[in-house]
Design a protein around this ligand. Structure first.
Ligand code: GLU
Length: 467
């Protein structure tokens, strides 16, 4: 940590509960991009104090998702559970300075207070019974009650900040009661830990989901009580799923890593997520480098972004088209391995990728095409019946004999096909469809000669024999 560093310092502070989905990881992408485009530092902090809901498996998915998307961090991961001593030291300091105090109100007393307030149609809030004031006599400390620590919130005035997304926000201090910052067992509470961390990690810009906007005035007050100046805040609107609900695992959101497994490119997902809440004019498709050149906090969207998988697939398809075949090759190999097919990323594979990628929106779809080059195909009987007509069968044998003697390249293959068509008085589709069904396992493919040229001749001859 370098608390006196004047550079931009941002953080991603996920709670490792459940598997991180695209909506969550957008809250990593923006602070990362902002730090990177300003030559700043990006910090990863795991907020794991909810012991019941946090899991190491969820941490691993966060780390793996960030690695995959290339969201590299300069510091961390810090784990809040490993910082307990630090929080307790700050609690002790606040108690000593009078910005925190012990409150012995039991939960039944709090419940009774709440009921009285609700009956009087007042907003339920702590009434300050144990808040020390000059000249005020506090109640006698009850026996055997472990107190909570409460933050002594300022009275009167407002807490205000200029949110980079929402504009000016002002909250009256009288709306905020004295927040519990440590439980009876001495463990610090959520908002308090966030503040201590943001100070210790010298965070200059807090970019996070707007589900935290209600915490911000409380956090700013605690920050100030600790002698720190608040960072800049940018509260990002929620990401909705396709049904218009808040994106969540419960509502079917997939873990980020599943998109990798389904053949999406990291750069495409970054591009898509960047657009889901930020814009650079009308630009839809951009590289990571362009995004980092352009990214700022002035063009963050104010309304909720709605996830659209079809749009993500389209963005992915554009990135696949633009990607060098050599960059796609290892990803396609990985997809082939998933299908139990051994393949290497070599020049031959790259040629095949070049031939098919324009019709694919994921590397999984490319692998589905390329599988025919590595493993036997199983044409459907419907395709065989439709295309292997008695008229075409003899032509296939003619073509097979011609291919056995021809040079093995596109032009020569094309010549063999033409000669066969002429000899049997057939039209191109009649022969081409039948050959495709036999050799490729399906009737539609790119140009037949190009597709065949990428097979080993023996494989083509063997598949044409099986008529
Ligand atoms: N741990 C919080 C969450 O996952 C984020 C807290 C913050 O960014 O301040 O929602």
């Amino acid at each position: 940590m370098s608390p006196h560093d004047s550079r931009v310092r941002t953080r991603f502070a996920p709670s490792p509960t459940g598997f991180i989905h695209l909506g969550n990881i957008r809250s990593a992408l923006y602070p990362w991009a902002f730090a990177r485009s300003n030559g700043g530092a990006f910090i990863l902090r795991i907020e794991d104090t909810d012991l019941e809901r946090s899991s190491d498996a969820a941490v691993q998915v966060i780390l793996e998702s960030m690695r995959w998307l290339g969201l590299d961090y300069d510091e961390g991961p810090y784990y809040q559970m490993q910082r307990m001593d630090r929080y307790k030291a700050v609690l002790a300091q606040m108690l000593a300075q009078g910005s925190a105090y012990r409150c012995y109100m039991s939960s039944s007393e709090l419940d009774a207070l709440r009921e009285r307030q609700l009956a009087a149609k007042a907003k339920p809030r702590y009434d300050g019974t144990w808040r020390p004031e000059p000249g005020k006599l506090l109640p006698p400390v009850p026996e055997g009650v472990d107190p909570v620590l409460r933050f002594r919130n300022p009275v009167g005035g407002v807490v205000a900040w200029d949110d980079k997304v929402k504009g000016r926000i002002e909250i009256s201090n009288d709306e905020l009661d004295d927040l519990v910052i440590a439980r009876p067992d001495g463990t610090p509470t959520y908002n308090f830990c966030v503040v201590v961390d943001d100070i210790d990690m010298a965070i200059t810009h807090v970019i996070r989901g707007d589900d935290h906007v209600n915490n911000t005035p409380r956090q700013i007050n605690i920050l100030r009580a600790l002698g720190a100046e608040p960072p800049v805040y940018a509260h990002l609107p929620t990401v909705l799923n396709e049904q218009g609900e808040k994106m969540s695992k419960r509502h079917g959101a997939k873990p980020v890593t599943q998109y990798r497994d389904e053949g999406f490119l990291a750069d495409a997902v970054v591009n898509y997520l960047a657009r889901l809440g930020w814009s650079h004019g009308d630009d839809e498709i951009f590289s990571r480098e362009q995004m980092l050149q352009w990214f700022n906090l002035d063009h963050l969207g104010k309304s909720a972004g709605q996830f659209d998988e079809a749009k993500l697939r389209w963005v992915n398809a554009q990135h696949i088209k633009a990607a060098p075949d050599a960059a796609l090759a290892p990803l396609v190999v990985e997809q082939l391995h998933r299908r139990g097919i051994a393949a290497d990323a070599n020049a031959h594979l790259e040629q095949a990728i070049a031939l098919f990628k324009d019709r694919c929106s994921t590397t999984a779809e490319i692998a589905d095409w390329l599988a025919m080059y590595f493993a036997p195909v199983a044409p459907s009987s419907a395709d065989l019946d439709t295309h292997l007509t008695p008229l075409v069968r003899p032509a296939i044998q003619t073509l097979r004999e011609a291919l056995a003697k021809a040079e093995w390249n596109r032009d020569a293959i094309q010549q063999c096909v033409k000669d066969t068509l002429a000899a049997h008085k057939l039209k191109m589709p009649q022969l081409a469809m039948a050959v495709r069904v036999l050799v490729c396992g399906r009737a539609q493919t790119p140009s037949l000669d190009a597709v065949l040229a990428l097979f080993a001749r023996d494989v083509v001859l063997a598949r044409l024999r099986e008529v």
